[in-house]
Design a protein around this ligand. Structure first.
Ligand SMILES: CC(C)(COP(=O)(O)OP(=O)(O)OC[C@H]1O[C@@H](n2cnc3c(N)ncnc32)[C@H](O)[C@@H]1OP(=O)(O)O)[C@@H](O)C(=O)NCCC(=O)NCCS
Length: 179
């Protein structure tokens, strides 16, 4: 499916057909629960902003195909990554980031590059709307293990510390000045 032709990405709206979203496997059900129970309220009250991919053609028309949720965050890179520009940024325990807090594609539409489009959209939101105005060096996520390879393909790096490698949902990041 082609972004811009077969579907668009826009902020979550109160009338969105959330109930029809299929999460598929049980591991992804918490993502559907978030969408059904919290996403609207969090979006409205600036706790977490959710963006949806909405189908516009054929059997996808009017369907909610996927979503991504973004929040302000920080990352502790010590021991796992070194910022060289400027080097003295490394003395801080945390550096500013946006977290890709939730990401899911309807199980019937996986493999159509919608996940990739939602990550690209998130990068564009940060690069165009946040980083020029507010200090923000990283896009980060706590990756579910089965999605680590997906995020690597999207340009994320696994934070290379022993603690992080052992986490159930390890931290992955993109250095926005290096991508
Ligand atoms: C992970 C997820 C968002 C990917 O979305 P998608 O639309 O199916 O993925 P895309 O079609 O955009 O895939 C882009 C690339 O990533 C690869 N890819 C997709 N899912 C992958 C996975 N789980 N592991 C490894 N590679 C994966 C694709 O093969 C494709 O690779 P290519 O560039 O070599 O062709 C989707 O499978 C999903 O919603 N999973 C359940 C929830 C989840 O795990 N969310 C993320 C963790 S919080």
């Amino acid at each position: 499916m082609i972004f811009g032709e077969d579907y668009s990405i826009r902020p979550l709206a109160p009338s969105d057909p959330i109930a029809g979203f299929k999460a598929g496997d049980p591991a992804a059900q918490p993502l559907k629960s978030f969408l059904q129970n919290q996403a609207q309220e969090f979006h409205q009250h600036s706790i977490a902003k959710t963006y949806v991919a909405e189908g516009v053609t054929r059997d996808a028309a009017g369907k909610l195909l996927g979503f991504v949720t973004l929040i302000a965050s920080e990352i502790d890179i010590r021991g796992g990554y070194v910022v060289d520009d400027p080097a003295h940024a490394n003395r801080y325990a945390s550096l500013p980031a946006v977290k890709l807090a939730r990401l899911a594609v309807d199980s019937r539409f996986r493999g159509c590059r919608i996940g990739e489009a939602l990550v690209d959209f998130s990068l564009a939101v940060v690069a165009e709307n946040i980083a020029p105005h507010v200090g923000c060096r990283f896009l980060v996520t706590d990756a579910k293990q089965p999605a680590v390879d997906f995020y690597e393909k999207m340009g994320f790096t696994l934070l290379d510390t022993e603690d992080n490698r052992e986490r159930e949902n390890p931290v992955m990041f993109i250095d926005l000045l290096k991508c």
